[in-house]
Design a protein around this ligand. Structure first.
Ligand code: MG
Length: 250
């Protein structure tokens, strides 16, 4: 697994092996103890492309027709936070929801990638929380404001870059330890290769970009003081707490 870290004001990438982090320094390697490092978001994307309504069980829950093509939208890179980062509940929102999602991390610049070649442009996978101000989403009729607040894109903790078969991974959300979402990526309507073909036919993907592949059923609200965990099998647990706008450190 690959992560980004901070120690003594230095930011670096490293390979996570158990409770250690190995950092390449040219001809030699440094080893750090994971718990002594600040964990940063594992990628620094130029954009975040999200897919709406991409789980069969979620479409059934909402009594919505199964989409015929992916519905995509963007979140800004400024909304990204990492593992243990705080989700700031905006003063202008009355309802803020979690959405557990499998995130694909793009490995290289690409355009017009056929689905059969999609694996060659993927660096790996991680957990994503598509935090959404649901009341503002309904009020606006389009999604930019509701999805774009600073801290509304928790991602991480690390990127699993090897040997992960993503066809049937368990995906879960817990809020304050209580299970709220519980599904599997086998319920995805559009597969990751199909999404890469579709999205890269529209826009150039850059190394580090995030594709968030949609959320399963069980979406619900968060409150200040909550602790939300997104867990995906083979990847890990992304944990974040929620603070109100007035509590954030400026
Ligand atoms: Mg979503």
């Amino acid at each position: 697994m690959i992560g980004r870290f901070k120690y003594d004001n230095e930011v670096f990438e490293g390979v996570v092996r158990g409770d250690r982090v190995i950092v390449e320094r040219g001809l030699y390697c440094d080893t750090f103890i994971l718990s002594e490092l600040e964990i940063l978001p594992p990628t620094n994307p130029s954009k975040i492309i999200c897919v709406g309504l991409n789980y069969i069980d979620h479409a059934l829950e909402l009594d919505m027709p199964i989409p015929k093509k992916p519905l995509i939208f963007l979140k800004p890179p400024s909304s990204v936070i990492g593992h243990h980062g705080k989700i700031v509940y905006p003063g202008t929102a009355k309802r803020v929801d979690y959405e557990a999602e499998l995130a694909v991390i793009v490995g290289k610049r690409c355009k017009n990638v056929p689905s059969r070649d999609a694996c060659s442009v993927i660096l790996g996978y991680t957990c994503f929380n598509d935090v959404t101000a649901r009341d503002l989403q309904k009020e606006d009729g389009q999604w930019t404001r509701s999805k774009s607040f600073d801290t509304f894109s928790p991602v991480g903790p690390f990127i699993t870059d090897q040997g992960l078969d993503i066809c049937d991974l368990s995906i879960k959300t817990r809020v304050n330890g209580k299970l709220r979402q519980d599904s599997t990526t086998s319920n995805l309507i559009f597969s990751v290769p199909e999404l890469i073909e579709f999205i890269s036919s529209i826009m150039t993907l850059e190394a580090g970009d995030i594709i968030a592949t949609g959320t399963p059923p069980g979406v619900d609200k968060l409150s200040a003081g909550d602790e939300v965990e997104i867990e995906i099998e083979g990847i890990g647990v992304l944990k974040n707490s929620v603070v109100s706008d007035g509590d954030q450190i400026r």
